[in-house]
Structures are given as C-alpha cells and as structure tokens.
Design a protein around this ligand. Structure first.
Ligand SMILES: O=C(O)CCC(=O)C(=O)O
Ligand SMILES: [Fe+2]
Length: 164
C-alpha cells in the first residue's frame, strides 16, 4: 500500500472524545460500567486513571487492562477491521464497576468524516486477491454509522451485517 493510503481515505480525519465518569457502585456485580463492545472508530486512544476496571476479550476470557502510569491504551476499531479485510481485528472490551472508587477515562475516537455521508468504503482493493477474497461488502458511511447506533452496545458485532 502507498504510505498515504489511509490518509487519502480520510481514516483519521474526524476526532471525537467521550469523557467517562463512573461513580462507585455498592453492588458492582449487579451492573456494568460500559457494556461489552468494540469501537466503530478507525483507532481509539484511551487515557484511564489508576482505578482499573477496563477489560479486553482475549480467547474468550476477560483480561484486565491494568493502568500503567503515563501510558495510553490504543484500540483497533471496527472500521480498521473492515477496510483491512480482517488483517487487523477490532478489540472487544468492557468496563467493570468499582465498589468504592470513582473512575475517570477519556476516549479519543479517530474516524473518517464525522458526518455520516454517501462516501463508499469497503475492504481496500489492493489487499484483496484470490487467496484473500473480500469478507465485507462496500458500504456508505451513513449505513455504517446508522447500523452501529441502532445495534447499541450489546456485545454483538455490527460487522456481521456487512459480511458477504
Ligand atoms: O472507560 C473506558 O476505559 C473505556 C470506554 C470505552 O470503551 C468507550 O468509550 O468506547
Ligand atoms: Fe470502547
């Protein structure tokens, strides 16, 4: 691929941030901080405080992403998975509630044009071959964004709707 391929596709053109405030919960086992999901961004950069609670799904097990002072967490998002035809897989994650401590995190989502429009995306053609046929069909940004919002954070991937 040419070195400016992702830039020319506007993959990092849009940025939005979500600041999370998780109050303590006396019965953390009865609830969840953020439900199981993968981000619909291209790439997410996450700053978390020292409380912990972020977990990533690895080989069907939830694994703690323990806070490292000064470190940022980089998550691959669904959009990267789609355009690379599963060469890079988006990270499934969730956040547990904490019994006694307040947790704060800041997630920066790098994405395409923020306004859902009619631009068509799909697996990058140069990555496809007979051995590596497309897994996903082409889609518009509007379709992509609407599909994600409609599904909600319920642990299922909206990528399955775009599978061929
Ligand atoms: O609070 C966190 O550490 C993660 C939040 C998150 O997954 C998200 O905003 O997509
Ligand atoms: Fe997330």
């Amino acid at each position: 691929l040419s070195s400016d391929m992702l830039k020319s596709m506007d993959c990092m053109k849009g940025l939005f941030m979500i600041c999370h405030y998780y109050p303590p919960c006396p019965q953390p086992d009865l609830t969840i901080g953020t439900n199981h999901h993968s981000d619909n961004s291209f790439l997410t950069i996450l700053l978390q405080d020292q409380v912990g609670g972020l977990q990533i799904l690895h080989q069907d097990c939830w694994v703690d992403v323990s806070p490292v002072p000064g470190a940022l967490v980089i998550n691959i998002g669904d959009f990267m998975q789609l355009i690379t035809n599963d060469k890079f897989i988006s990270a499934e994650h969730r956040v547990l509630s904490n019994r006694t401590e307040t947790r704060i995190s800041v997630a920066s989502f790098f994405t395409t044009n923020l306004l859902p429009n009619s631009t068509v995306y799909g697996p990058i053609k140069e990555l496809l071959s007979e051995e590596n046929p497309p897994i996903y069909r082409d889609f518009t940004l509007e379709e992509y964004t609407k599909g994600y919002v409609k599904k909600g954070l319920n642990g299922t991937s909206h990528l399955s709707y775009l599978k061929l």
